[in-house]
Design a protein around this ligand. Structure first.
Ligand code: SF4
Length: 461
């Protein structure tokens, strides 16, 4: 195997020059895609997460030179959905089985943070994960929206090359964009970003910088799209980006950030009729079908040639479901949050948590030790359990990632009011991440271990 690919596959680190070397050399493409697919299989499994996309406003105050929705484009028929329409599409999406709703719009000031919070609270009643993609906002607004229940936030940086950023985004600032991403991370969002591949004057070095930026940010989701020129923009005569190069950037992102969510973007399918499936076989694990109905799909034309604009959400769901099944993958029935394996050493904070987890494993209580005898080595229903495992801000006693099941053992201290409140918050957090939590008292483990095992088995069945 190519040495750089091997290094990335095992250590998930590469230097800028190594990334550039991979991007330059097309003789290694198939090996690179296969390695990314292996890493995807190892870290996030074979399930594909579907995210239902609602494009709720195509009104935008920005001037991004590559985008058909830019403020200057008077050929667009502009629209805004109201709260009821958004909720209607979200409800229908839940009916089709989606577990995540993605609300996307241009930068439309009509949707104030307070108005968005109202919509968010109603959508969250549907028991779904919610992603926003609405562009740059002040930190206080991100905070408000987080408190209202938004789980994830997407804000693509498109390029980290300062000159190119300026050229592509008149009146905008790369620093401000980065600050938005840092704020979102700090506020606890699952934070998504991404870049465009094939912008004019973009170099392989600058793409390598983009990838390293995502790594440094420790982004939770990364979407990579080839640039496609829109007829009503200043870039109308620029040739489109390369599908293959976009795929390579995506595959390298998978190798360096093995446990994140990576969508097979629709722009890839615009350039290649089988683009999303090829992407799913080269590191991607997410697809975002559009559930906006009627003419709105056509009107949300960031780039031309968008796929499926005349299809109904039901048809899209069936179509992508069939394609996913055809490559032996399944559609996830979970919300699909990022779950970081212990084997990765993400950040100083994460490392701290991992060290605590390791220390806890050495000092298991007698009840934990007793239960672990039943759980270890896939003994219980052939299910793999891990012990003292960090999930977000908590370390849980036992978890089966595949079944999204957390087992917690409680001693007498858990009857104290303050502790009860902590347990409740903890359970709600885990639930919001898609986990089911089963709690057992220590004395149940001591006196009725068979009953405990039966309850766990009941859930697994
Ligand atoms: S890319 Fe987004 S922010 Fe930029 S003009 Fe298009 S819709 Fe607006």
């Amino acid at each position: 195997m190519n040495k750089i690919i091997q290094k990335a596959k095992t250590g998930h680190e590469l230097s800028k020059s190594e990334i550039v070397e991979l991007l330059k050399d097309d003789s290694i493409n198939q090996e690179l895609f296969k390695a990314a697919d292996d890493v995807r299989h190892e870290f996030v499994g074979d399930e594909v997460h579907l995210r239902a996309l609602i494009e709720f406003s195509n009104i935008c105050r920005c001037h991004c030179k590559y985008c058909g929705l830019r403020a200057e484009n008077t050929n667009v028929s502009r629209y805004r959905l109201n709260k009821e329409e958004i909720l209607d599409f979200a409800q229908k999406a839940v009916g089709y089985g989606y577990k995540t709703i993605v609300m996307q719009s241009g930068e439309d000031p009509f949707f104030t943070a307070n108005y968005l919070c109202e919509i968010v609270r109603d959508i969250k009643k549907l028991d779904v994960a919610l992603t926003l993609s609405i562009g740059e906002r002040p930190r206080e607004e991100y905070e408000k929206l987080k408190n209202a229940g938004v789980d994830r936030f997407l804000i693509r940086i498109e390029t980290t090359d300062e000159n190119l950023y300026k050229e592509m985004h008149p009146q905008a600032s790369l620093e401000k964009r980065k600050q938005c991403l840092y704020d979102l991370k700090e506020l606890g969002y699952e934070t998504g970003s991404g870049c465009l591949v094939g912008l004019p004057n973009q170099t392989l070095e600058s793409l390598a910088d983009d990838i390293l930026f995502f790594k440094k940010l420790d982004a939770d989701m990364i979407g990579i799209g080839p640039f496609i020129p829109h007829q009503d923009t200043p870039l109308k005569d620029v040739p489109h980006g390369s599908f293959e190069l976009a795929l390579k950037v995506m595959a390298i992102v998978r190798l360096l950030l093995p446990d994140i969510n990576i969508p097979a973007t629709t722009a890839m399918e615009t350039l290649n009729p089988n683009g999303r499936i090829i992407a799913l076989q080269s590191g991607a694990n997410v697809v975002m079908p559009n559930v906006t109905e009627g003419d709105y799909r056509k009107k949300y034309e960031i780039y031309p040639g968008k796929i499926c604009i005349n299809d109904t959400p039901a048809k899209c769901r069936g179509c992508i479901g069939g394609k996913i099944a055809s490559i032996g993958r399944t559609i996830s029935t979970e919300k699909g949050f990022r779950v970081r394996p212990l084997s990765l050493n993400p950040s100083p904070a994460g490392r701290g948590k991992i060290n605590i987890a390791k220390a806890l494993r050495k000092k298991m209580t007698p009840q934990e030790t007793k239960l672990w005898v039943y759980l270890r080595a896939n003994r219980l229903g052939k299910t793999k359990f891990k012990r003292q495992y960090p999930i977000g801000k908590y370390i849980v006693d036992f978890v089966s990632i595949k079944n999204m099941l957390v087992l917690e053992l409680d001693g007498g201290g858990h009857t104290i009011e303050q502790h009860k409140k902590y347990d409740k918050e903890r359970d709600e957090y885990l639930k919001s991440r898609g986990f089911k939590v089963l709690r057992f008292w220590n004395n149940e483990i001591d006196k009725n271990i068979d009953g405990v095992i039966e309850k766990i088995m009941e859930y697994l069945r």
